[in-house]
Write a protein of this length. Structure first.
Length: 158
Protein backbone atom coordinates (compact mmCIF):
# COMPACT_ATOMS: atom_id res chain seq x y z
CA UNK A 1 0.00 0.00 0.00
CA UNK A 2 1.34 3.43 -0.84
CA UNK A 3 2.41 5.71 2.01
CA UNK A 4 -0.17 8.32 1.01
CA UNK A 5 -2.99 5.77 1.34
CA UNK A 6 -1.70 4.55 4.70
CA UNK A 7 -1.56 8.15 5.93
CA UNK A 8 -5.12 8.77 4.69
CA UNK A 9 -6.26 5.64 6.51
CA UNK A 10 -4.47 6.88 9.64
CA UNK A 11 -6.14 10.31 9.44
CA UNK A 12 -9.57 8.78 8.75
CA UNK A 13 -9.21 6.37 11.66
CA UNK A 14 -8.13 9.21 13.95
CA UNK A 15 -11.12 11.29 12.90
CA UNK A 16 -13.48 8.37 13.55
CA UNK A 17 -11.91 7.79 16.96
CA UNK A 18 -12.16 11.54 17.58
CA UNK A 19 -15.89 11.50 16.86
CA UNK A 20 -16.30 8.70 19.42
CA UNK A 21 -14.22 10.68 21.93
CA UNK A 22 -16.52 13.68 21.49
CA UNK A 23 -19.58 11.45 21.92
CA UNK A 24 -18.05 10.08 25.14
CA UNK A 25 -17.44 13.58 26.46
CA UNK A 26 -20.95 14.75 25.56
CA UNK A 27 -22.47 11.60 27.08
CA UNK A 28 -20.48 12.05 30.29
CA UNK A 29 -21.52 15.69 30.58
CA UNK A 30 -25.16 14.80 29.89
CA UNK A 31 -25.01 12.00 32.43
CA UNK A 32 -23.55 14.33 35.04
CA UNK A 33 -26.43 16.76 34.48
CA UNK A 34 -29.16 14.14 35.00
CA UNK A 35 -29.84 13.00 38.55
CA UNK A 36 -29.37 9.41 39.63
CA UNK A 37 -33.04 9.27 40.63
CA UNK A 38 -34.20 10.40 37.19
CA UNK A 39 -32.06 7.77 35.47
CA UNK A 40 -33.28 5.05 37.82
CA UNK A 41 -36.90 6.10 37.36
CA UNK A 42 -36.57 6.05 33.53
CA UNK A 43 -34.87 2.66 33.53
CA UNK A 44 -37.47 1.17 35.84
CA UNK A 45 -40.35 2.61 33.82
CA UNK A 46 -38.92 1.23 30.57
CA UNK A 47 -38.08 -2.19 32.00
CA UNK A 48 -41.41 -2.51 33.84
CA UNK A 49 -43.34 -1.84 30.62
CA UNK A 50 -41.20 -4.27 28.63
CA UNK A 51 -41.41 -6.97 31.30
CA UNK A 52 -45.18 -6.57 31.50
CA UNK A 53 -45.34 -7.35 27.79
CA UNK A 54 -42.76 -10.14 27.94
CA UNK A 55 -41.54 -11.36 31.36
CA UNK A 56 -38.61 -13.18 29.70
CA UNK A 57 -37.26 -10.10 27.88
CA UNK A 58 -33.50 -10.35 28.52
CA UNK A 59 -32.72 -6.69 27.90
CA UNK A 60 -35.53 -5.52 30.15
CA UNK A 61 -34.45 -7.99 32.84
CA UNK A 62 -30.89 -6.65 32.73
CA UNK A 63 -32.08 -3.03 32.72
CA UNK A 64 -34.31 -3.72 35.71
CA UNK A 65 -31.43 -5.32 37.65
CA UNK A 66 -29.10 -2.47 36.66
CA UNK A 67 -31.65 0.15 37.78
CA UNK A 68 -32.10 -1.62 41.12
CA UNK A 69 -28.37 -1.47 41.84
CA UNK A 70 -27.64 1.93 40.25
CA UNK A 71 -26.20 4.19 42.93
CA UNK A 72 -24.97 7.76 43.16
CA UNK A 73 -21.41 6.38 43.30
CA UNK A 74 -21.98 4.36 40.10
CA UNK A 75 -23.57 7.38 38.44
CA UNK A 76 -20.60 9.58 39.35
CA UNK A 77 -18.16 6.90 38.19
CA UNK A 78 -19.80 6.51 34.78
CA UNK A 79 -19.91 10.27 34.23
CA UNK A 80 -16.26 10.67 35.29
CA UNK A 81 -15.17 7.67 33.21
CA UNK A 82 -16.88 8.89 30.04
CA UNK A 83 -15.57 12.44 30.36
CA UNK A 84 -12.00 11.49 31.31
CA UNK A 85 -11.75 8.69 28.74
CA UNK A 86 -13.08 11.00 26.02
CA UNK A 87 -10.79 13.89 26.96
CA UNK A 88 -7.71 11.66 27.09
CA UNK A 89 -8.51 10.21 23.68
CA UNK A 90 -9.28 13.65 22.22
CA UNK A 91 -5.97 15.09 23.47
CA UNK A 92 -4.04 12.14 22.05
CA UNK A 93 -5.84 12.31 18.72
CA UNK A 94 -5.21 16.04 18.39
CA UNK A 95 -1.55 15.44 19.21
CA UNK A 96 -1.30 12.64 16.65
CA UNK A 97 -3.02 14.64 13.92
CA UNK A 98 -0.65 17.55 14.62
CA UNK A 99 2.30 15.14 14.50
CA UNK A 100 3.48 15.92 18.03
CA UNK A 101 6.18 13.42 18.96
CA UNK A 102 4.99 13.06 22.58
CA UNK A 103 1.57 11.87 21.38
CA UNK A 104 2.86 8.73 19.68
CA UNK A 105 4.40 6.88 22.66
CA UNK A 106 1.59 8.19 24.88
CA UNK A 107 -1.02 6.81 22.49
CA UNK A 108 0.76 3.44 22.27
CA UNK A 109 0.70 3.16 26.06
CA UNK A 110 -2.83 4.43 26.63
CA UNK A 111 -4.53 2.69 23.71
CA UNK A 112 -2.65 -0.46 24.75
CA UNK A 113 -3.99 -0.03 28.29
CA UNK A 114 -7.51 0.41 26.87
CA UNK A 115 -7.09 -2.88 24.99
CA UNK A 116 -5.97 -4.68 28.16
CA UNK A 117 -8.95 -3.26 30.08
CA UNK A 118 -11.40 -4.12 27.28
CA UNK A 119 -10.14 -7.70 27.16
CA UNK A 120 -10.34 -7.89 30.96
CA UNK A 121 -13.97 -6.71 30.78
CA UNK A 122 -14.61 -9.21 27.97
CA UNK A 123 -13.58 -12.03 30.32
CA UNK A 124 -16.63 -11.11 32.45
CA UNK A 125 -19.18 -9.97 29.89
CA UNK A 126 -18.28 -11.91 26.71
CA UNK A 127 -19.45 -8.85 24.78
CA UNK A 128 -18.20 -9.16 21.18
CA UNK A 129 -18.17 -5.35 20.88
CA UNK A 130 -15.22 -5.28 23.28
CA UNK A 131 -13.27 -7.59 20.97
CA UNK A 132 -14.12 -5.44 17.94
CA UNK A 133 -13.12 -2.29 19.81
CA UNK A 134 -9.83 -3.92 20.84
CA UNK A 135 -9.12 -4.92 17.24
CA UNK A 136 -9.84 -1.34 16.11
CA UNK A 137 -7.54 0.03 18.83
CA UNK A 138 -4.78 -2.40 17.79
CA UNK A 139 -5.23 -1.24 14.19
CA UNK A 140 -4.96 2.39 15.35
CA UNK A 141 -1.76 1.56 17.25
CA UNK A 142 -0.27 -0.17 14.20
CA UNK A 143 -1.05 2.85 12.01
CA UNK A 144 0.35 5.23 14.64
CA UNK A 145 3.56 3.16 14.92
CA UNK A 146 3.94 3.35 11.14
CA UNK A 147 3.38 7.14 11.16
CA UNK A 148 5.79 7.56 14.08
CA UNK A 149 8.55 5.69 12.26
CA UNK A 150 8.06 7.82 9.16
CA UNK A 151 7.96 11.02 11.18
CA UNK A 152 11.12 10.18 13.13
CA UNK A 153 12.91 9.13 9.95
CA UNK A 154 12.10 12.43 8.22
CA UNK A 155 12.89 14.74 11.11
CA UNK A 156 16.02 16.83 10.72
CA UNK A 157 18.80 15.83 13.09
CA UNK A 158 19.23 18.48 15.77
Amino acid sequence: MKEKRIHQLFVGSMLLKGVFALIEIASGVALSLISTQTITRLLLRFSDNALAANPKDRIATHLYAFAQSFSVAAHDFYAFYLISHGVIKAVLIIGLLRRKLWAYPASFALFGAFIVYQLYRYSFTHDAALILLSIFDAFIIALAVHEYRLLRHHLPVV
